[in-house]
Design a protein around this ligand. Sequence first.
Ligand SMILES: Nc1ncnc2c1ncn2[C@@H]1O[C@H](COP(=O)(O)OP(=O)(O)O)[C@@H](O)[C@H]1O
Ligand SMILES: [Mg+2]
Length: 584
Amino acid sequence: MSQQASLTKLLPFIRPYKIQIGLALFALVFTSGVMLSLGQGVSYLIDQGIASGSRDALRYSILFFLLLVALVAIGSFFRFYLVSWIGEKVVADLRKAVFSHLIHLHPAFFEEQKSGEIQSRITTDTTLLQSVIGSSISIALRNSIMLVGGTVLLFITNAKLTLIVLLSVPLVIAPILFFGRRVRALSKTTQDEIAKVGGHVGESLRHIKVVQSLNQQQNDSKLFNNMVDQAFFVSVQRIRQRAFLSVVVITLSMSAIGVMLWVGGNDVMQGRISAGDLGGFLFYAIIVAVAVAAISEVMGELQRAAGAAERLIELLNTPNKILSGADALPPIEEAESADSHGVIRFEQVVFQYSSRDKAAINDVNLTIQQGERVALVGPSGAGKSTLLELLLRFYDVDMGRICIYNKNIKDMALETLRSQLAIVPQQPVLFDMTVAQNIAYAKPEATQAEIENAAQAAHADEFIQQLPDGYDSDLGENGVRLSGGQQQRIAIARAILKDAPILLLDEATSALDAQSEHHVQQALEHLMQGRTSLIIAHRLATVLNADRIIVMDQGNLVAQGTHAQLLNTSPLYAKLAQLQFHTT
Ligand SMILES: Nc1ncnc2c1ncn2[C@@H]1O[C@H](COP(=O)(O)OP(=O)(O)O)[C@@H](O)[C@H]1O
Ligand SMILES: [Mg+2]
């Protein structure tokens, strides 16, 4: 069966727990065995205890019965404990493996996939697996043993009655399978509907201000109501099928038992079998019926789990397109002696995003010297941010190469490369943690004094002190409790604390008022001291303070020089300067 093929992919995760699995299997077989022998207990109880009319015999058979029950109870404890333990442990291992694979994966992967979908794979799919490994498999195994053992014992007890049971089995199973399939299909639809509803709720609430400012509360409520009604409608259909299923199952199985009692009762009266045999037989018949019902119940779940396992393993097997090189960085002294090669060097770099049909970077050559301050300007979409992302190796170049300290960044360990670079992105990214934790994100072992020094240098200390809990204030999801300029200064403090020799700045002025811009400007000035910096410039001050200005357009470097030179030599720069930097 195909479902086994894919669940076996989980074997590497299950294999480490051989001992636990062995014990669980033992408990499973043990309880099933004792459970089956309970039938003998029933038969003994009736024949020796009740029919014999001896009170002592009744007492002994009850004691024997209770002993078996106690064994089943103890065995069940271990079976349940061990099997659930294995389920939880395997899923925990799988979650860890998937997450630590994902967090190293090339960023382009997350542009191709919906992050919501990946998240649901990690949470929903693993939860499904948890329930399956932790219980469904155990239910299936236990009931398979019961089914086989029960059937064998039925035959041993009474072959004629067994044939009646076996003949009625298809009668009972067919409708279960028929309705069961429908119920499963409908319950999957319900789950999809619920997922949709959940997604919509999350989005509306996350963007509550947009929703309210556009007066869309009523509309969104209506949309939501429709989805809920739809989910309700599907649920009702499923409930109806389920209700039918119970009617059919109860009627058919009880009728079968009735027929059996009638035939068996006649046999007892004619002395062909004992009452105890009939009782024991009934017991086994019920066990077999329950086993069949349970197995058909969990079949669908096993199938869904196989799908979940398949998707998780697929995620785990996604190859990483950005592989770390092995070399560590040469010592910085050596790098300084290699000054003629520059600290950063782009050599004939060509790069195209896979989702685009035009190169974002076209044959770029650029050398930046130790301590140099280079400003990058150009119209929106020119490829400025892409250049920084290539340097960070979020993407690999298609042609040419990028070196830092005269070493191809592809040959460097990713950790070494990125430890040399500090980036302040255009959109500061803050985590839902305290101010102090956000600043120390790149250096969790930083002391409080280091954190406060960095904040002071970033001109952030003053407003942080005024927050209700100072450095221990929570910032909320993506820093919603701070203004744009404040968020940016926290991001700058983070870069200052990281203290890397090369600085990459994607300046943003749009979110800033004059006062915060002044603060941010001073913070950046501090940050750039003694470092090699590559700055995507939006401010006149940055451009004027730069050692060199590079003009980019449509993926090309089109001009370079100082502000005064470029005003004369580059018409594009002159236009940008006039529009963006408000010069004349
Ligand atoms: N992740 C991406 N996937 C596909 N295309 C992208 C991506 N990021 C940027 N681009 C495209 O690459 C070009 C350069 O973008 P970018 O480097 O962000 O420009 P700039 O920073 O100069 O405004 C643009 O045409 C942009 O649409
Ligand atoms: Mg950009």
